[in-house]
Design a binder for this molecule. Structure first.
Ligand SMILES: [Zn+2]
Ligand SMILES: [Zn+2]
Length: 406
């Protein structure tokens, strides 16, 4: 595995400086908002002759009006207000206000939290705010929005039970000489709609601590199609072929599998890199035929890398979905990652396995992220140094039951 734990001291110092300035900018904006709310309460017209605090700021700071209005709207949710008779109104999100003034929250994060809090029943407001803020300490606003959606609808959307209509369907899938495959076809409205819904769900922008998702829409849908194929290949309902679950044969030498350098043969015609074969061989979706020095198949039984149904269930129960911090993919989208690869002698048991979605599984194999099983038996991830210089371990708390979900 590549590991960029050694970043230059220069980059680390610049990243520190950026972090410091971002915190100061956020903190200043939160205080600016608090002062504007106070001006509003004392009377903008009386004090300055302006119709609104937004107008005042627009002139004073040469800021566009939509920006000043957003700033004040946000500040009203974070700071206590006053009724016309002067009686106080508590802030919707007081703890968020404190964290904002300390420079710990981005504007999108504040907007996500206040939007959730304005929709939860008042009796859940305090605990919801505590949970969202705790999560915000280590996650991005998109992940916090995911948690927020679960707080608002713990049971998820209602199931879709529409029936397919009489079908007319054609599909063409061809491999070109370059090794690129082309897919085209014609489908009835029902199938098209369902395929669209399936791919839409899988093509969502990724959440997770690895940073923003810069893929184009066609790239996201291409990845979604690949995920859908993996999901279908993993389904217990898949028809048997010659007494076995359908699978793709990969042939790779043990040496290449260990080093991750070299090429592997995929199916009858294709090739893939040995590094990619190493990711696939980590779980059991693509079954590698591991070849010895003279290209003879090695005794696969001895390696015992396949994850048994019982072990997979135990892994599902322990990790409840992709264990990568901030990922919400459920267990059926996941593979078992060997913390220490079986090709390097790692055992196939709970102390050496972590449940991960295909994307985060690949990310882990290719990037500076590392995973380990902590003393309490649960997986934790060490971010690469460019994300967190101290490499403080992170966990995924999205799969845990919510404190007030009945
Ligand atoms: Zn793996
Ligand atoms: Zn994931």
């Amino acid at each position: 595995m590549t590991n960029d734990a050694t970043q230059s001291p220069e980059a680390v110092a610049l990243a520190d400086r950026l972090g410091e300035l971002v915190a100061r900018m956020r903190s200043a904006e939160a205080e600016l908002g608090a002062v504007l709310v106070e001006i509003e309460q004392r009377g903008v017209m009386e004090l300055f002759g302006y119709r609104s605090a937004a107008r005042l700021l627009e002139h004073l700071a040469d800021m566009p009006k939509p920006a000043t209005e957003r700033l004040i709207k946000r500040a009203r949710l974070l700071n206590p207000g006053r009724n016309l008779d002067g009686s106080p109104i508590p802030a919707l999100a007081p703890a968020t206000g404190v964290a904002a003034r300390a420079g710990r929250l981005s504007n999108p994060m504040i907007d996500v939290i206040t939007s959730v809090l304005s929709q939860v029943p008042p009796e859940h407001c305090v605990s919801a705010e505590t949970n969202l803020l705790a999560f915000a300490e280590e996650a991005g606003h998109k992940q916090v929005a995911t948690l927020g959606a679960r707080i608002l609808a713990p049971d998820g959307p209602a199931p879709d039970d529409t029936e397919p209509v009489v079908p007319t369907r054609e599909l063409f899938l061809r491999r070109k000489r370059t090794g690129i495959w082309e897919l085209s076809g014609r489908f009835d409205d029902e199938t098209g709609t369902r395929a669209h819904a399936l791919l839409d769900a899988l093509a969502e922008r990724r959440t997770g601590d690895e940073g923003p998702d810069f893929r184009t829409a066609p790239q996201r849908y291409g990845d979604a199609f690949s995920d859908a194929v993996d999901l279908a290949l993993n389904s217990p309902e898949l028809p048997m072929q010659a007494g076995e679950r359908a699978h793709v044969m990969v042939a790779v030498s043990l040496e290449d599998l260990k080093s991750g350098v070299g090429k592997a043969t995929l199916g009858d015609t294709g090739t893939m890199s040995a590094a990619e074969a190493r990711v696939h061989a980590c779980d059991a979706m693509i079954i590698p035929a591991v070849l010895g020095d003279k290209s003879e198949p090695l005794n696969l039984g001895r390696l015992r890398r396949l994850i048994s149904a019982g072990l997979r269930r135990a892994l599902f129960l322990r990790d409840r979905g992709c264990a990568f911090p901030g990922c919400h993919r459920p267990p059926r989208h996941c593979q078992g990652h060997h913390v220490r690869h079986w090709a390097d002698g790692g055992p196939t048991d709970l102390t050496n396995l972590v449940l991960m979605c295909a994307h985060h599984h690949r990310l882990l194999h290719r990037s500076g992220w590392e995973v380990r099983i902590a003393a309490d038996g649960l997986p934790e991830f060490l971010p690469p140094v460019f994300i967190d210089r101290r490499r403080k371990p992170r966990r995924n708390n999205l799969h845990e039951p919510l404190p007030f979900a009945a």
